[in-house]
Design a protein. Structure first.
Length: 94
């Protein structure tokens, strides 16, 4: 008899980053040299070598800011609320 087995291969975090935060995905691809991190999450460890690089930190902060501004625009357009992009957001979606 067949039995349903719930498994994950870790694709969700990679797909989430690539689809939901394209600037961050592009940063990873640029500094890791390819899109291979999308199929092998261990390759993201290569970013650790660049964690103290001021240029990478600046790009990281710009990607983070772009995502927050996108969220602020979404909330304004769909919920008619103004929120500060400098605020700390703690959200979960299912």
């Amino acid at each position: 008899k067949d039995k349903f087995v719930n498994m994950t291969n870790g694709v969700t975090p990679r797909r989430w980053i690539h689809c939901a935060n394209r600037p961050l995905s592009d940063l990873f691809t640029k500094h890791l040299g390819s899109h291979k991190w999308l199929t092998d999450m261990n390759l993201l460890k290569g970013m650790l070598k660049k964690k103290d690089d001021p240029a990478v930190q600046k790009e990281w902060m710009a990607a983070k800011r772009a995502a927050k501004e996108k969220l602020v625009a979404f909330v304004r357009d769909y919920m008619d609320m103004d929120i500060d992009p400098d605020a700390l957001f703690d959200m979960q979606f299912k």
